[in-house]
Design a binder for this molecule. Structure first.
Ligand SMILES: Cc1cc2nc3c(=O)[nH]c(=O)nc-3n(C[C@H](O)[C@H](O)[C@H](O)COP(=O)(O)OP(=O)(O)OC[C@H]3O[C@@H](n4cnc5c(N)ncnc54)[C@H](O)[C@@H]3O)c2cc1C
Length: 512
């Protein structure tokens, strides 16, 4: 029997598998598709934007450099260009693309960096474009090295659970584990079989993404174009077109869109008489926004698109799912090990449900402001004006980049509940580098190494680092959970009792 079965070897399932494998759990991943490769995961159809929050997650596990290489951002290792430790240019000058709201582009130069005091320059300070195939390849390789078994061509069709564990049927075989996590995407089988409630709102539009031969490409300008009936996006990659048709989600998605249909929609949205002479690949999506009302039922949990679906407007789904996996991994591992404090696993849903709900609302707000009716147009006008202001741009950037996410972990300090800033210590080490083994970290900046003896109580689950930071945040000590969330800040004189209370709350009883 494995400790955990994960259904789905997409990016979220694989990231979670790595987290659990890193913590010493035995993990089996069951994947429906026999073959990991697909044109839907390759350039251009599989291109995805990662936010700085996701980049930090990869950075903290030593996976940023392999991901950058697999994504074609860096050349292969051995190029003499350094490692993850290389500091990139300061944020303002490096930021070239800051995202968009319903096709209205944010001006990177208008972002007020003073409003982002905890995002420090570092290898993960900026988002980047990658491809699903690159993310999955890097994570599959790491998972294999951590002893995770990935069984492909194994579609899960039935599950049953009792007090001891969960049995899963895939193909002709049954697999038993103590826990099951459904990372099987937006049409999740696990979600349905385990009886999760999935609620939300119906779509306003039908989205199309295609690879086509355009007879007269000069008719479509590259970039994002918001029009009175929707939006079209022509990427620089030849033949890639996406469009959103504000049809109330009327297209019947059980059938494949024909060339004639795609051309008619594109002509209407773009206001041109563009001709699509051939369609190589096409798919549809909507802005249906639904979320599981809980992420756990007994021994079954959900993460990623299995837990929440929404439109791809603003590129949020993958980032949201990776955040789920980072939050869940260490909590489930501690539960498997038996050293989790009471209720730790339930904090997964408590913390991640509101984050998911915020993303759903962000995509809903965009869908409404694209509506071709006078109400939608009126809202769009107001938003356009707001996005021309520094505050408006900064607010939107904070939402899109994940910077505004903050867990409610109690405590007054503005850092508590946020991602730990990638502080650089005097010896050049970054906080991200200290987290590669997946343990919690306590950073003690007090001259007398005041927390040393207390921290030793949890030494198998916590890394104690004393020193001073180059980027002063004006705090005496910081306790960082394994997922990178700051769980406690010692402001002046790091008090043992406060620290021990925080460590006990998140790590359970001290080691014997
Ligand atoms: C056009 C488009 C553009 C997007 N752009 C962005 C972007 O820029 N940034 C961003 O953050 N997000 C973006 N997204 C969303 C993002 O792609 C998804 O949120 C992300 O891929 C979800 O990952 P996942 O691992 O949860 O699910 P998936 O990637 O769907 O993986 C689920 C896996 O489970 C497997 N599976 C399914 N059923 C079973 C079963 N019964 N048994 C076994 N295995 C099963 C599937 O084969 C698959 O491998 C975009 C989406 C679209 C459609």
């Amino acid at each position: 029997m494995h400790d955990v079965t994960i259904v789905g070897a997409g990016p979220v399932g694989l990231f979670l598998a790595c987290e659990l494998g890193l913590a010493g759990c035995s993990v089996l991943v069951l994947e429906r598709d026999a073959e990991p490769r697909s044109p839907w995961k390759a350039d251009p159809l599989g291109n995805r934007g990662l936010t700085a929050a996701s980049m930090e997650a990869f950075h903290r596990r030593g996976l940023l450099r392999p991901l950058r290489t697999a994504s074609g951002v860096d050349e292969a290792p051995g190029d003499g260009r350094g490692t993850d430790l290389d500091p990139p240019p300061p944020p303002r000058t490096a930021r070239r693309f800051a995202g968009h709201f319903a096709g209205m582009m944010l001006d990177p130069a208008a972002i007020d960096d003073a409003a982002l005091p905890f995002r420090l320059p570092g290898p993960a300070a900026q988002g980047m474009m990658t491809r699903l195939e690159a993310v999955e390849a890097v994570l599959s390789e790491r998972a294999a090295r951590l002893g995770v078994r990935i069984r492909r061509g194994a579609p899960v069709s039935a599950i049953s659970q009792d007090d001891e564990g969960v049995t899963v049927r895939a193909g002709e075989r049954d697999y038993a584990a103590r826990w099951l996590v459904g990372c099987d995407g937006g049409r999740s089988t696990v979600r349905g079989l385990a009886g999760f409630a999935f609620t939300g709102t119906e779509p306003q539009f039908t989205g199309y993404v295609m690879l086509a031969t355009i007879a007269d490409p000069g008719q479509l300008r590259p970039g994002f174009h918001l029009t009175p009936t929707g939006m079209y996006i022509r990427a620089f990659t030849e033949g890639y077109v996406a469009m959103l048709d504000c049809d109330g989600g009327a297209f019947d998605r059980s059938r494949q869109p024909t060339r004639e249909h795609l051309q008619a929609v594109l002509r209407r949205i773009s206001g041109t008489d563009v001709t699509l002479s051939d369609i190589q690949l096409a798919s549809t999506f909507t802005d249906r926004a639904m979320q599981a009302t809980d992420y756990r039922r007994g021994r079954v949990l959900l993460a990623g698109d299995a837990a929440h679906i929404h439109s791809p407007l603003g590129g949020q789904g993958l980032n949201l799912g990776l955040g789920d996996a980072m939050n869940l991994g260490w909590k489930l591992a501690a539960t498997v090990r038996g050293d989790a404090p009471d209720g730790l696993l339930d904090t997964y849903a408590r913390e991640r449900l509101p984050v998911g709900a915020e993303v759903l609302d962000w995509t809903r707000a965009q869908a409404v402001s694209m509506r071709p009716d006078p109400h939608g147009q009126a809202i769009q006008g107001v938003l356009r004006d707001l996005l021309r202001t520094r505050d408006g741009t900064t607010y939107a950037y904070q939402r899109i980049s994940g910077y505004s996410h903050r867990y409610d972990l109690g405590g007054d300090h503005p850092l508590v509940g946020r991602d730990v800033p990638d502080l650089r210590l005097e010896d050049g080490t970054r906080v991200g580098d200290l987290m590669r083994d997946g343990r919690a970290v306590v950073l003690d900046f007090s001259a007398g190494h005041a927390l040393h003896d207390s921290a030793m109580g949890w030494k198998s689950r916590l890394r104690y680092v004393a020193g001073s930071a180059r980027n002063e945040l004006g705090v005496a000590a910081v306790f960082v959970r394994p997922d990178g969330a700051v769980a406690w800040v010692g402001e002046h004189d790091p008090g043992h009792e406060d620290f021990e209370r925080a460590a006990g709350r998140w790590l359970g009883a001290p080691d014997n």
